[in-house]
Design a protein around this ligand. Structure first.
Ligand code: AMP
Length: 387
């Protein structure tokens, strides 16, 4: 809540149950959510209702119904709450899970995309999650995407026999989703297909360039993954995901994108939107795993002499900021007493640096478990600390 409020978002609470049509009309008929994951039932008057599988469509529905656009051209909401999807449960994937999400309505400018992504990463940083991978893509718009999809379907028709049954079905119903296939044989074939990037129209291309430029200017690093499709049909232009290593198969912890036509599609004014949702169970799992990993990989740095200590001060500050647990002996006692302390705090390895090491540019790294040691060039120390 505090991060969202820092970025100017206010809380919105929507009902857990909505009319089924809200989701079928927005998420898209040929998506996994609508095809097989929704908890749908009829109420006493035979109206079809669904436990919400995601937060964007309900927020947009509430926004349209309350005519909020008439009061303020910009509306920025955040929500927290349970979502329901009938997926196959496994670690990090549940049938009832919780999302924190934001929706920024009214801003067409690419900086709105940058703001949403920055908020997501600030939140993750605040709970202690660094070393995540932000993947970003542009999915084009109603002008340029249809041409790409037609071409993609034609290309897939040619290589169709090499693809699995799921891919062949997706190719006709929702070709962008092809890239989600996890089958290694399909992946080889799919890697050869052109991506949407070369097909973007100029406005989409410019928008994407402005988003990436904006991310650069606020020092957010990213990789362009031209195959991100996202599981919901309403996205246009920017789509992004935050990936965390160490979560196994369910390694996406958050994702979102732009949905400029959605408000109009739900009967409201032509107002653009951008948002994301992050899975709170996955955030908690990752926090626990990182905390456990930190304990295990604890590194102790034994610096001998003033010059070595000055060097080590700059290094360990950088490593600690990068999320590693590093301890050292600030007072610079004898090597023997430093080694004793390293042992006492349960360090997995000790990096030893004195005048001799400063000269050669190589530190001694001692594995406390196997009691073996070897020389490591200074440039390789960050990866030693992380491993
Ligand atoms: P999505 O709404 O599919 O873009 O999902 C956004 C985030 O919600 C994902 O990155 C996950 O962290 C989380 N999430 C989605 N589905 C599940 C699930 N079945 N169980 C737990 N977390 C989920």
């Amino acid at each position: 809540r505090s991060v969202a409020e820092r970025y100017g978002f206010v809380e919105i609470r929507t009902p857990i149950v909505e009319k089924t049509a809200l989701f079928t009309r927005t998420i898209g008929a040929a998506t996994a959510i609508v095809e097989k994951e929704m908890y749908t039932f009829a109420d006493q008057s035979e109206e079809s209702l669904t436990l919400r599988p995601e937060g964007t469509a309900p927020v947009v529905r509430a926004y349209v119904e309350s005519e909020a656009a008439q009061h303020d051209p910009i509306a920025k909401y955040y929500y927290l709450g349970p979502m329901f999807r009938r997926e196959r449960p496994q670690k990090g994937r549940y049938r009832q899970f919780h999302q924190f999400g934001v929706e920024s309505l009214g801003a067409l400018h690419p900086y709105a995309d940058v703001e949403a992504i920055a908020l997501l990463l600030s939140f993750l940083g605040d709970v202690g999650l660094t070393r995540l991978r932000l993947e970003i893509n542009s999915l084009g718009c109603t002008t340029c995407r249809p041409g790409y999809l037609q071409m993609l379907s034609r290309m897939v028709a040619k290589v169709g026999a090499e693809l699995c049954a799921d891919c062949r079905r997706r190719a006709t119903q929702n070709p962008l989703r092809l890239f989600d296939c996890k089958n290694p044989d399909c992946q080889k074939v799919l890697a050869e297909l052109p991506t949407i990037t070369e097909y973007l129209c100029n406005p989409c291309r410019n928008h994407f360039a402005a988003v990436t430029h904006g991310l650069d200017s606020v020092a957010i690093s990213y990789v362009h993954n031209p195959r991100i499709a996202r599981g919901l049909d309403y996205y246009v232009r920017t789509a992004f995901e935050v990936i965390a290593e160490g979560l196994g198969a369910q390694n996406a912890i958050g994702g979102g994108g732009r949905y400029d036509g959605l408000v109009k599609h739900l009967g409201g004014p032509d107002v653009p939107g951008i948002g994301f949702a992050v899975g709170l169970e996955r955030v908690m799992l990752l926090c626990q795993e990182r905390a456990a990993a930190m304990k295990k990989t604890r590194t102790f740095v034994a610096a001998i002499g003033e010059a070595a200590r000055a060097q080590v001060l700059t290094w360990i500050e950088r490593w600690r900021r990068g999320g590693c647990a590093v301890e050292w002996d600030i007072d610079g006692r004898s090597l023997k007493s430093q080694m004793r302390r390293a042992d006492k705090i349960g360090a997995a390895k000790v990096i030893i640096i004195g005048d001799e090491e400063l000269k050669t540019g190589k530190a001694i790294v001692r594995d406390m478990l196997t009691k073996t040691q070897h020389a490591v060039p200074f440039d390789d120390l960050p990866s030693t600390v992380q491993s």
